[in-house]
Write a protein that binds this ligand. Sequence first.
Ligand code: NAD
Length: 475
Amino acid sequence: MDLIPHLIDGRETESRSAARFPTVDPWTREPWAEVALGGAEEADAAVTAARRAFDEGPWPRMGFAERGAILHRLADLIDEHRDELALADTTDMGKPIADSTAKDVPRSALNFRFFADHARLSAGDALPMDSGHHAYSRFEAAGVVAAIAPWNFPLMLETWKIAPALAWGNTVVLKPAEDTPASAAILARLALAAGMPPGVLNVVNGFGPDSAGAALTADPRVDRITFTGESGTGRTIARAAAAHLTPVSLELGGKGANLVFADADLASAVDWSIKAIYSNAGQVCLAGSRLYVQREVYAEFLARFTAAAEALVIGDPKDRATQLGPLASEEHYRKVRSYLEGVQADGGTIATGGLGDGWTVRPTVITDAPPTARVCQEEIFGPVVVITPFDTEAEAVAAANGTPYGLNAMVFTENLSRAHRVAAALKAGTVWANCFFVRDLRAPFGGVGDSGVGREGGNFSREFFTEPKAVVMAI
Ligand code: NAD
């Protein structure tokens, strides 16, 4: 069986203890590779390498153009290895190969291109002052960045963190999610091939608590922690970071509300709403897992939505025709199953869907659930949507804002004023009007409330991954 190693200081290594753990293909439900199991020792070695590469190495001292050229070469290599990277994520977590090939991998390459260029073009501001002084800003690399990633978009979310961190001259230790280590190992290899000096990008595999993840967040030599994952884990990481006042960026869970008004283009609203909840088998922080539909069109919307949900192709994620694969792991399948088992007791009805074969869950629609039901309040992270009718705009906004989360929301309406009004009233880091998942990497990305702390993207990533400095000159 293949071994997925750590990559520390430019070398592929096992742990000194030779400890390993299996990574499981959720479609076959069999281990498909072994992974070097890192702990405190490997985290320490990786931070030491990253520290040295930052304090003594060429990376932070290169110009933006030279560093950017390496990041562009890495992006080209990602494109060239698209099929290998896509297969790694699909085998590790069961996402349809059509998605990992056409969406995740190209977006990962784009992350490097975008942030390489963004850093070069936004390296500082000049502020001539009325007093005759001249102030300017410098964005200086923060140092060593610990990046801790989830399993739902492995390569794409890792590169969303690594690309801006590297573009601004930091060095990085990445800990991929334990369920999805494969693509990070390939990425680290490609980074070396692109000309990145050893120690600039290190990858340590392992778990969170009492393992590599916790060791990284406790290390005082780490200057930034960027984390994407569950809100509960975010709290643990914030506590660990507080010990050394290490700045943290937390991109956490969501319970996205999706508001469909009677004046919406219904065909388009159904189409986007299906994508919003069933893409990646609902394992999307941004999933539109709560659908609120104005009563005049509720019955028609429900009929069309249910028909579209039932038409989705479930199957082997390596088959290009598959639209919905298995859930990422047995543990996660059990979690989603427990929500479905609790629906009736909470007063809801499963209108369509339910459990499928193996670790698959069929596209599921729940109706009649009261707002306090667990399925309306908690992040299920599976292909399960709750659909509820509403009468007025105020009622819809109040319902949408009625969870502790605030990552994103969607509004479907042909009324321009309503779209702006509702977007302003929604408690969310991102609002999509008449679309979903369309991203501009310059825009702020992050969440309100339990959905996160801080924003990344464009200048927001710059502010997090650098120490902005003001220099004021008397002239
Ligand atoms: P998770 O919190 O279980 O794990 C995420 C990562 O944190 C893993 O690498 C894990 O090993 C590590 N970890 C766990 N405990 C740790 C600890 N004590 N110290 C250090 N590291 C620790 O999350 P998950 O199940 O992998 O991912 C799913 C979650 O991620 C969902 O809640 C989803 O909404 C969220 N998510 C958010 C965004 C966003 O941008 N806001 C994007 C994708 C996923």
